[in-house]
Design a binder for this molecule. Structure first.
Ligand code: HT7
Ligand code: ZN
Length: 875
């Protein structure tokens, strides 16, 4: 497969300004007739052919300016339609008729059917599976779509934009016309046809525009869309207030479908969602599910401006819309919920998903320079690290200049397909700063390291911090340049409060040290005693901070840091170092250090003055994979597990009865759906595993009664997961799993969580269970959520099972990937990336993974999607 390179970008020779589509929907034989107004671009000779993209299309007719093209005028290959001898006028019409079989589309790209509902997914290159087109984001057109279908099975017909004429047709068919006045790239095209229920509401924008809001869901489930609707309205208000962005159509439609490759899609005026991120009520969804729904609804809505009104010139610029929109959804969630807790969760995700990507064979810059399959580049690096870059810009220039910069971006580039440079220039102009060094963050893969040393001169009362940056090499990028790194900091006095820092250093602006050189030295004066530094507050830059801080200082920060994020980080970092030291037989931690950690953690857990959700996060110790990655090589998963279990037990013993009492006290009103109640539930179920593993009297019974009496899914799942993973009581575990299954066997979304929970059962028993579940009648590779629910956690986060019996899990996993490759290569490739840290494990077991990867590589045919990932994983 050819490699596509950013440096080879050329503007299109022709563009398409108007698209008129007529779609007659039918499962086996959909007919799509598309008339496009094609405009020859300046400098294009009239002899230049028009080359349109296509993918698995069957061409049924071609007309130029209404005249049937004769065979000599065009040619097709599997990936294109080339039209020669075009009219000499600057603009002309091309009409193309294609025939599709949505029911056979298992890739879920283009037009497909999900539980009988016709829907589309066009990003990144799905539109070319509907019609031949200039399927690239820098071709923007105004669309009119006429849909027709059987009225009984497809009473709802939707497309982008505003609704137009609709009516009845002979033979039980009907039609609806949609018109989208905003020029858009083809990846934002969408249409839906099916029998769906709707939850409707309205919104009035800041300037008084009336907007109809509709969420379409499977019949009988409209009530489950209430939270999504509420989140949507809050998102609309927030975007007006924080970014001055108003909605710009008469309707905003969301459709939830059950077969979907990713989370959701921001099609103009017609978002299509994985139903997992729409449907929820307290009986069916956990508090975490609700939070995800809120974030994804917001994310897709925010794309209306950052992505749709201003789109990307080419797919290398993906971070332009995704990094910015993730940053926006993160800030939205921070405003709606606890900012510190949100930041902790974002950083957890960044460190467990993006840092490993940046440190392994799949490392690539936030703006990659080459790809084979664009679907493989919807990554944690583009999304999460991309968001961190926007966050750093805001930190470096301050909130007012940041807002002035985004205002300028919307003003300057509305209606355009932009590049990262355009975005940066807006902040340069608004803030009067030079971001040329900052631009390197977009080009350079790898997580920068910041090594910190401190010097204290009691005689002159001077305290000096020396910070040095270096970025380790990544595949294809051996030498690295210096990048600007904003390190938010504080100096803590002996009573734990912040000291006003006094320095003449030009690297310091307010509470931020900006590292632009290899080494930055900052001296603070006027200090009576040596301060305790609190560095990288709020995780102000996506870097790895190496500071040989004493354990005592960590605990001091855990207790007193005015930055709540850093209080969590102090505990998390302590836990990670302790577990890594333990699992490698190291001697950096004494028994006393260990006890001190256990005491500090329990103190935090039991401290009623701290918000419960924060305490729950503190109690969630680094998982086995985090410890394995931190160790970095020759890891034996069984030993990591032993260290972790031992620590869990110590903590459980220390919590003892007080932990149990707290749990009982946290038995909040099951109907309360406010954030305070969800924080209490989070704390409650983060305590339970400790109490169960350490055999605290009463814990076992409490777990069982919580499960039996559970009124919400958070309670039910919290108890079930603790029982299955920590009670050691197989009989009770099986009974509860069975009860859960009996209750929810017909609810696909809930059943996914039943698979996921069991995919995390450790050791050989977990491997056996995994093997059994692969054969379970409800397991299927056809539904992405179901495939992910079992394969994902097993391969990503359950190393003692995955590597049991000579890494048999790797062989089983590879077989599933190969089967999936024939159905849905995008999902196969994405699932395969979860094992990208396999090389940290010791030789015999990691060799087995290499073998499994080679088997996949030898498969024929093998999709480009999977091939590109396997090649990187093997390189
Ligand atoms: N922009 C979307 C990314 C996307 C996608 C979504 C569903 C299926 C396939 C997809 N390919 C790319 C989602 C987002 O970031 O908002
Ligand atoms: Zn997005």
């Amino acid at each position: 497969a050819p490699v596509i390179r950013l440096k080879n970008y050329t503007p299109p020779a022709y563009t398409i300004t108007h698209v008129d589509m007529d779609v007659s929907l039918a499962a086996e034989d959909t007919v799509v007739t598309t008339t496009m107004k094609v405009v020859r671009q300046a400098g294009t000779p009239t002899s230049a052919p028009l080359v349109l993209d296509g993918d698995e299309l069957s061409l049924d007719g071609l007309w130029i300016n209404g005249d049937k093209a004769d065979d000599a005028n065009y040619s097709t290959t599997p990936v294109e339609l080339k039209i020669h001898r075009l009219p000499e006028t600057a603009a002309f019409d091309v009409t193309i008729r294609t025939r599709l079989a949505p029911v056979k589309n298992t890739k879920l790209m283009g037009l497909y059917q999900s539980s009988g509902v016709f829907c589309t997914q066009c990003e990144a290159e799905g539109f070319r599976r509907i019609t031949y087109f200039l399927d690239r984001p820098d071709v923007l057109a105004v669309y009119k779509v006429r849909l027709e279908a059987d009225k009984a099975t497809c009473p709802i017909l939707l497309a982008n934009g505003n609704p137009g004429e609709a009516g009845e047709l002979p033979d039980g068919r009907h039609f609806a016309v949609w018109h989208d006045p905003h020029p858009k790239p083809s990846y934002l095209f969408a249409m839906v046809g099916g029998d769906l229920d709707v939850l409707s509401d309205t919104f009035t924008t800041a300037s008084g525009r009336h907007v109809d809001l509709n969420i379409y869901v499977e019949t009988g489930k409209a009530a489950q869309a209430a939270y999504a609707m509420d989140a949507l309205k809050r998102s609309m208000v927030w975007d007006e207030l924080e970014y001055g962005c108003e909605y710009d159509l008469e309707v905003f439609n969301i459709v939830a479908v059950s077969d979907f490759n990713m989370g959701a899609m921001e099609n103009k005026g017609l978002n299509v969602f994985n139903d997992k991120y729409v449907l929820a009520d307290a009986d069916l969804a956990t508090d975490a599910d609700f939070a995800n729904i809120e974030a994804i609804i917001a994310h897709e809505y925010f794309h209306n401006w950052t992505g749709n009104r201003i789109t990307c010139r080419d797919w290398f610029q993906l971070c332009l819309k995704e990094g910015l929109t993730v940053y926006r959804d993160q800030e939205f969630s921070a405003d709606q919920r606890s900012r510190a807790v949100q930041r902790i969760q974002q950083v957890r995700w960044l460190k467990s998903g993006q840092f490993p990507e940046d440190a392994g064979p799949l490392a690539h810059p936030v703006r990659p320079s080459a790809y084979k399959e664009i679907n493989n580049f919807y990554t944690a690096t583009v999304y999460q690290k991309g968001a961190e870059l926007v966050r750093m810009i805001a930190t470096l220039i301050g909130p007012e200049a940041y807002r002035a910069g985004t205002d300028l971006y919307f003003e300057r580039h509305d209606g355009e397909a932009a590049v990262v440079e355009d975005f940066l220039k807006c902040f340069e102009d608004a803030a009067g700063v030079d971001l040329s060094q900052f631009a390197r963050w977009y080009e350079q893969a790898g997580t920068p390291n910041v090594d910190v040393e401190e010097e204290w001169d009691a005689g002159s009362c001077k305290y000096t911090l020396v910070l040095r940056q270096h970025t380790p090499p990544t595949p294809g990028q051996q030498s690295k340049k210096l990048v600007p790194i904003p390190v938010r900091f504080g100096l803590m006095g002996s009573d734990g409060s912040d000291i006003e820092p006094r320095t003449r250093s030009s690297a310091v602006k307010d509470d931020v040290i900006v590292l632009t050189r290899r080494e930055t030295k900052v001296t603070f004066t006027g200090l009576k005693t040596k301060p305790t530094p609190s560095l990288l507050r709020g995780f102000s830059a996506p870097v790895k901070l190496n500071f040989a801080e004493t354990q005592a200082s960590r605990l001091f920060r855990a207790e007193h840091d005015s930055d709540l994020f850093n209080r969590w980080e102090a505990l998390d970092g302590y836990g990670l170092s302790l577990l890594s030291d333990d699992a490698t037989g190291g001697s950096s931690f004494t028994e006393k250090d260990r006890e001190a950690f256990v005491l500090a953690l329990c103190k935090t857990a039991l401290d009623d003055s701290i918000e419960p959700q924060f305490r729950a996060n503190a109690l969630s110790l680094p998982n086995e994979m985090a410890v394995a990655r931190n160790i970095g090589k020759n890891v034996d998963p069984a030993i990591v597990q032993q260290s972790r279990s031992a620590l869990l037990k110590s903590i459980g013993r220390q919590l003892g009865k007080r932990g149990l009492d707290l749990m009982t006290k946290l038995d909040t009103d099951p109907n309360a759906d406010d954030l305070a109640a969800s924080g209490e539930r989070a704390l409650k179920y983060s305590l339970l595993p400790f109490l169960l593993v350490s055999g605290v009297e009463g814990a076992h019974n409490l777990a069982q009664s919580q499960f039996v009496q559970a009124k919400t899914m958070t309670d039910r799942m919290g108890a079930l997961s603790a029982i299955v993973h920590f009670s050691g009581d197989e009989v009770m575990s099986e009974q509860c799993l069975e009860a859960f299954y009996d209750r929810y066997e017909d609810n696909d979304l809930v059943l996914n969580t039943w698979f996921t929970l069991q995919a995390m059962v450790p050791n050989a028993a977990g491997l056996e269970r995994f093997e059994r579940l692969l054969d379970h009648p409800k397991f299927s590779l056809n539904n992405p959520n179901r495939a992910r629910s079992l394969l994902g956690p097993f391969a990503a986060n359950n190393p003692t099972a995955f590597y049991a019996n000579g890494a048999k899990g790797a062989t089983l996993f590879a077989q599933q990937i190969m089967t999936l490759d024939d159905k849905n290569p995008q999902i196969a490739a994405r699932l395969l990336t979860v094992i990208s840290s396999y090389r940290v494990f010791k030789a015999p077991i990691s060799d087995a993974v290499t073998e499994a990867l080679r088997t996949i590589r030898a498969k024929e045919p093998l999709s480009i999607d999977v091939q590109e990932i396997v090649d990187s994983l093997l390189s």
